[in-house]
Write a protein that binds this ligand. Sequence first.
Ligand code: PLP
Length: 255
Amino acid sequence: MPVVLCLSGHDPSGGAGIQADIESVRAQGVHPATVVTALTVQDSRNVYAVEALPSQGVIQAAESLLADLPVRVIKLGMLGSAANATAIAALLARHATIPVVLDPVLHASGGAELSGQAVVDAMLQDLLPRTTVLTPNLKEARVLAKPAQGRDECARALLARAVRHVLITGGDEADEAEVVNSLHGAGGVKAWRWPRLPAQYHGSGCTLAASLAARLALGEALPQAAESAQQYTLDTLRRASRIGHGRHFPLRIEV
Ligand code: PLP
């Protein structure tokens, strides 16, 4: 069974973060191996505190898994600190043949900041050149591609930083009638349009990036893996429920 190694933050509510990774990867028939990079205080409404875990332990845990398991893809979520981002970039350099999906978790959908400027700088400088597929929403793409604003302009700026592919998601662009997601790379652009569902969700970005990593681990090529992951994510949102007082949680079950 192929393995996706996930390095992500813990969301105790279970909607996003490493739990979203575990459920999404498992649901594709792939084994998730997980290293927690940060602890958070949060609920279905927002994030209230983030505490990064020490880089040394994160890297030791990841290296021991890489030495043991058939890791096909590495998926990065919230990293917690610039030190973690830089140490993880060095880890990726030591395992340069393994494809990397990077979900640049900058803000929670509730609005809280999850990565400060130092993390953004470390991502830009150290991680983007080692990334196979970057999965920002349009807002995150604008932060990373500053001063670019438009979707294509952001993608061009990110590709110029040696990212191989960028999947820009439009789920947060609430004024657009449909959700438009676009995959950009040297081979051109492919865009998908999906129905906009009425609710607000917590964990949709993690679900998309993790299921994409799993599809790649199964051997699906881009853009098919991107399409499968979008379809899976939409299905989890269609089944979502409002368990708490805030956003809906995707229901990530087997496909
Ligand atoms: N907490 C953690 C640990 C996350 O990784 C993420 C998103 O990736 C979030 C919270 C925020 O999720 P959302 O923006 O879907 O609310």
